[in-house]
Design a protein around this ligand. Structure first.
Ligand code: SAH
Ligand code: SF4
Length: 343
């Protein structure tokens, strides 16, 4: 709940308004029960227990990468649904990559989450709960959040917006919008809606192909919102917010990494304030996709650079524990990966 919604609840319960701010602070410090709210009267705590509940995420499993210390969590919620979340340490602090849905409806062919189907949306509380559980478990403070775990954030728009507003509250976790990235496969009408909100977050768009032929094959969402419509929405987004868009491009050997693809991508992105993030595709069993060769990657970067587009290769973290992009799922088994493959 937002603080003003809590204030309304307090009014209904005949309590003074300042209680709302006390309770809000407790909730966002990560308490799991009302009894921990020691500056609240016993009587009010009893009323809260009777009428309300606090959502938390239980740690089912935890894997730590021996390569880079990245931690992958499997969380469960009271209804038994599970999601994964990944905590990464950078020189500037901790970044958490959280899930926004249990599974995903979008069915991208290279993604483990997409292959596992969809179960339900997560609430804003369940998104916050992932962050709080990680902070408590590690005894750290998270400074950056990326909505790049399981699920398509813009397919769960209202809950995601509520989460963004809550996580950035001064009385809450106080993680500013500039420290938050949201990645989408391209739900065009929602990009327009997000643009109109003028939030200062970083928008990442999973492009992964320079033309509709390739993109529709790997990303079914493209059959509804093609690249032309998607890039129009991206232009609108940068115009409205003044924020540069980050385009994600998973480099797949022999699929989207040719010279012609690089040249076409340059043409398509002309005039958009953009940055391209190249991700050598991570292995997901059953897809048959392989990472692009090193030369293909370098050639791609050079062609983009010549076209005036900056591109960087994303560092892969947590690959020994299947914690990299596209490898998250409602894992029943979270055994250590063999050669970074999952089935
Ligand atoms: N649903 C959102 C956010 C979650 S996926 C989206 O698709 O943008 C996070 C990122 O991982 C996306 O850019 C996605 O395209 C990418 N991804 C998925 N599978 C991948 C794989 N096997 N290798 C590399 N990146 C992958
Ligand atoms: Fe869903 Fe993103 Fe995976 Fe596509 S890449 S299936 S949109 S989580």
């Amino acid at each position: 709940m937002y603080e003003d919604e809590l204030a309304e609840l307090m009014a209904e319960m005949g309590e003074p308004a300042y209680r709302a701010s006390q309770i809000f602070k407790w909730l966002h410090s990560g308490v799991k029960s009302f009894d921990e709210m020691t500056n609240i009267s016993k009587e009010l705590r009893r009323k809260l227990v009777e009428n309300c509940c606090i959502y938390s995420a239980a740690i089912e499993k935890k894997l730590i990468s021996s390569y880079d210390g990245t931690v992958k969590y499997l969380f469960s919620f009271p209804d038994g649904e599970m999601v994964e979340s990944v905590l990464m340490k950078y020189h500037h602090g901790y970044t958490s990559c959280i899930s926004t849905q249990v599974g995903c409806k979008m069915g991208c062919t290279f993604c483990a989450t997409g292959k596992s189907g969809f179960s339900r949306d997560l609430t804003a509380s369940e998104m916050l709960a992932q962050l709080m559980a990680e902070q408590q478990d590690m005894g750290i403070r998270i400074s950056n959040v990326v909505l790049m775990g399981m699920g398509e954030p813009l397919d769960n728009f209202d809950n995601v917006i509520r989460f963004l507003r809550l996580v950035s509250c001064e009385n809450g976790m106080n993680i500013g919008m500039r420290h938050i990235s949201l990645s989408t496969c391209g739900i065009v009408p929602k990009i327009y809606e997000l643009a109109d909100m003028k939030l200062q977050l970083t928008l990442s768009v999973s492009l992964h192909a320079p033309n509709d032929q390739i993109r529709s094959r790997t990303m079914p969402v493209n059959r509804k919102y093609d690249i032309g419509k998607l890039l129009d929405a991206c232009r609108y987004y940068t115009d409205k917010t003044g924020r540069r868009i980050s385009f994600e491009y998973a480099m797949i050997d022999g699929i989207n990494d040719s010279i012609a693809c690089a040249e076409e991508l340059c043409r398509r992105l002309r005039g958009i304030i953009a940055h391209v993030n190249l991700i050598p595709v991570n292995t997901v069993n059953g897809t048959g996709y392989k990472k692009s060769k090193r030369e293909a990657l370098q050639r791609f970067i050079d062609i983009l650079a010549a076209g005036g587009i900056t591109a960087t290769v994303r560092r892969t973290l947590g690959s020994d524990i299947n914690a990299s992009c596209g490898q998250l799922r409602r894992a029943v088994s979270m055994d250590k990966a063999e050669k970074g493959d999952i089935s």
